[in-house]
Design a binder for this molecule. Structure first.
Ligand SMILES: Cc1cc2nc3c(=O)[nH]c(=O)nc-3n(C[C@H](O)[C@H](O)[C@H](O)COP(=O)(O)OP(=O)(O)OC[C@H]3O[C@@H](n4cnc5c(N)ncnc54)[C@H](O)[C@@H]3O)c2cc1C
Length: 460
């Protein structure tokens, strides 16, 4: 229980808005895109800036309150919203300043990636973020950040050159290569375990029009398309990122789609690189064309409206073997929901794999593919069968998967999840937790437990 007078004093101290149960705006503020998540914080602080974040952390510490941190709210596990505690909502913090000459941008943590891309593209610049514009830049980047530019420029977190972080003791630290270097290392990959990032500075790259779009095949051709993609992926340059899987088009057609983005400066070279894909088999449709980067970034948007029930399983792949392809072909098109993307793979190459496993806290550098079962449906009555199907598909793929997962792509996790997800970097992250968050104040995340966490009310 939070003492009422303390709560009112805290709320009055904020520059931003705050919401308590029963008040106008409370339900909208606690709702996240995944309808599976239905939690009720005791109070939501929609911070206007770092001072509100600091005040929120100090208030929660003083009253021993569970804390969750919301960037864009897209965590499929719903980690950004808590029951009964304080939700520190960064979604109103949307300041952004592009330095077009220095090829840098300073962005506040509440920006969504579509907003970020629009501002940077106004200067002909961009950096790697995800592929759905409504996703928050901060949760995405702090966990990794896979996207259309990753073959050429690395993950989103590989492009971060500095962050401002409010740590568990309620102080704001700057972390970069020269200041608080250990925190900077850990923030890049540990998904909010070490503090609340209030703004991020990214390196930007010149980027004009790209080749974007997809080729769609009948889902019955999944096996042949995957065999082709495996060979093709061996030949492609860093400029080309490919991902593909089984899903349904808006007209109901079940397809295996291969989505691409070619970001090289010579689009005629890109056309040559894409020729084998565009000439393979007898596609149902080929929508690859020259387009602006903001447009390619919005292609997936209609497939991910807010408010659907979503459950995701994902691991990196050991190998895309003939046997793995057989299993994927067996499950393609069999999901109980037309809104599911599964089985789905993201090809992994180029700049992302040239960063060392221990250079940042994100360790997954030497795999060739990431595998996903991304299930979505519209009615809670369908939850049991969709969750069950997701697990079956994932279990069937188990022999071909490594233990480690991308923290941003998991709905639930076992006791061993964090160790496998952070891999060889886990022990170093424990040491950083001991230093920056010894009571595990920040635990609504894919949690690294400090060695001697004092049990707090703050239990997730
Ligand atoms: C439709 C959809 C598409 C996606 N596409 C991609 C993709 O293309 N590439 C990709 O890599 N991922 C993708 N993801 C996964 C995405 O990276 C994660 O969902 C990520 O958590 C989203 O960040 P967020 O800020 O929106 O999430 P939130 O739910 O707000 O936060 C996620 C986690 O990060 C923590 N966090 C958020 N902001 C901060 C902060 N400023 N400081 C400290 N901790 C913070 C939260 O506490 C929480 O634990 C997608 C997800 C969805 C739902």
């Amino acid at each position: 229980m939070i003492p009422e007078s303390a709560l009112q004093k805290f709320r009055a101290s904020l520059r931003g808005l705050s919401f308590c149960p029963g008040e106008p705006g409370y339900d909208a503020a606690r709702t996240v895109p995944n309808a599976m998540i239905d939690r009720r914080p005791a109070v939501i602080a929609r911070c206007a800036g770092p001072a509100d974040v600091i005040a929120s952390v100090r208030f929660a510490r003083e009253h021993d309150i569970l804390v969750s941190v919301r960037g864009g709210g897209h965590s499929v596990a719903g980690k950004s919203v808590c029951d009964g505690g304080l939700m520190i909502d960064l979604s109103a913090m949307k300041g952004i300043r592009v330095d077009p000459h220095g090829h840098r941008v300073r962005a506040e943590a509440g920006l969504k990636l579509g907003e970020f891309d629009r501002e940077t593209q106004a200067f002909g610049l961009a950096t790697t973020l995800g592929v759905v514009p409504g996703t928050g830049i901060s949760g995405l980047t702090l966990g990794g950040g896979f996207g259309n530019l990753m073959g050429k420029y690395g993950l989103a977190l590989d492009n971060v050159i500095g962050v401002d972080v409010v740590t568990a003791d309620g102080h704001l630290l700057t972390a970069n290569d020269f200041e608080n270097e250990d925190l900077f290392w850990g923030v890049r990959g540990s998904s909010g375990n070490l503090g609340i990032v209030t703004s991020l500075e990214y390196r930007l790259h010149e980027l004009g029009p790209v080749l974007g779009g997809a080729v769609f095949y009948p889902v019955a051709k999944t096996r042949e398309v995957l065999h082709f993609c495996r060979e093709y992926a061996e030949t492609i340059p860093d400029e080309l990122v490919i991902q593909g899987g089984a899903f349904s088009l808006p007209d109901g057609a079940q397809v295996f789609g291969v989505a691409i983005c070619y970001c090289g400066t010579s689009l005629s070279e890109g056309e040559k690189v894409l020729k084998p894909l565009r000439q393979f088999g007898q596609p149902l449709a080929d929508i690859i064309q020259v387009m602006g980067y903001v447009q390619v970034q919005s292609l997936f948007e209609p497939f991910f409206p807010n408010g659907r029930y979503t459950y995701v399983k994902s691991n990196f792949m050991r190998t895309l073997s003939d046997e793995a392809i057989d299993v994927m072909a067996e499950y393609a098109g069999k999901s109980p929901s037309p809104y599911t993307f599964a089985p789905f793979i993201e090809h992994w190459h180029g700049a992302v794999s040239r960063v060392g496993v221990t250079d940042t806290a994100f360790p997954h550098r030497d795999h060739s593919y990431n595998f996903l079962v991304w299930s979505s449906w519209e009615s809670p009555a369908d939850s049991a069968k969709n969750v069950e199907w997701t697990r079956q598909c994932w279990e069937a793929m188990h022999p071909f998967l490594v233990a480690g997962s991308y923290v941003n792509y998991v709905s639930d996790e076992g006791d061993t999840f964090a160790r496998a997800a952070y891999g060889p970097n886990y022990d170093r992250l424990v040491a950083l937790k001991n230093k920056y968050d010894p009571t595990n104040f920040f635990r609504m995340n894919h949690n690294v437990k400090p060695t001697q966490a004092t049990p707090a009310a703050n239990s997730a």
